[in-house]
Design a protein around this ligand. Structure first.
Ligand SMILES: O=P(O)(O)OC[C@H]1O[C@H](OP(=O)(O)OP(=O)(O)O)[C@H](O)[C@@H]1O
Ligand SMILES: O=c1cc[nH]c(=O)[nH]1
Ligand SMILES: [Mg+2]
Length: 209
């Protein structure tokens, strides 16, 4: 069964409070999402393998540690997931970036796929699928289906805010996928919005409301 990690780091929680606040404008919202994505990437990459390398410091030869060159892929779910990509790339610049375009139909709340583009060596990469919001879980489950169908075998899912319903949906559909969350909220409302949540992440990020 996939594990669920909820990050309780004070910096993440502090920044998330300002992301949630309805008085936070588009520019600041984007900057804060970028910063939280970096902080989460720091935690999520904790298990990256290291190897020993030989270097010379100004004082003497030394054996030191370097990343063992694992192939990583970041897959934002468009649109809102895009806001998390740069923050992750700041820490792992060699990662490749795929895209899955999905929107949630406002009536049925079911995901509608409109775009998929992944790195060519899908089978060899460890993927992190990113989206600020995990609500009903329909979009995340569909995005993971989509990249598995194209050959991905190692997948993590990372979001800022999750509803318990969405977490259960991923655990049921994709028990092999670990889930990384900045905050686990209370519930969904009748329109499928996370309570207390932050509203519509895509609209707040791109100023489309
Ligand atoms: O868990 P779910 O119930 O599927 O809802 C979550 C999805 O809804 C939002 O996207 P939205 O459909 O608003 O698209 P956007 O990013 O283009 O705004 C959000 O960014 C997730 O992708
Ligand atoms: O609360 C929610 C639920 C789905 N999508 C969002 O952007 N926000
Ligand atoms: Mg949206």
């Amino acid at each position: 069964m996939g594990k669920v990690y909820v990050f309780d780091h004070p910096l993440i929680q502090h920044k998330l409070t300002y992301i949630r606040d309805k008085n936070t404008g588009t520019k600041e919202f984007r900057e804060l999402v970028d910063e939280v994505a970096s902080l989460m990437a720091f935690e999520i990459t904790r298990d990256l393998p290291l190897q020993e390398v030989q270097i010379e410091t100004p004082v003497c030869p030394a054996t030191a540690k370097a990343l063992a060159g694992k192939k990583l892929g970041i897959v934002p779910i468009l649109r809102a997931g895009l806001g998390m990509v740069d923050g992750i790339l700041k820490l792992i610049p060699a990662a490749k970036v795929g895209h899955v375009g999905l929107y949630r139909d406002p009536e049925t709340l079911k995901p509608v796929e409109y775009y998929v583009k992944l790195p060519s060596d899908v089978e060899e990469r460890d993927f992190i699928v990113v989206d600020p919001m995990l609500a009903t879980g329909g979009s995340a489950v569909e995005a993971i289906n989509s990249i598995k169908k194209r050959g991905a075998v190692s997948i993590k899912f990372m979001c800022l805010i999750a509803a318990p319903e969405g977490v259960e949906e991923i655990k049921t559909a994709h028990p092999d996928v670990d889930i990384y969350i900045a905050a686990l909220d209370e519930k969904l409302n009748e329109k499928g919005y996370i309570i207390p949540g932050l509203g519509d992440a895509g609209d707040r990020m791109f100023g489309t409301k």
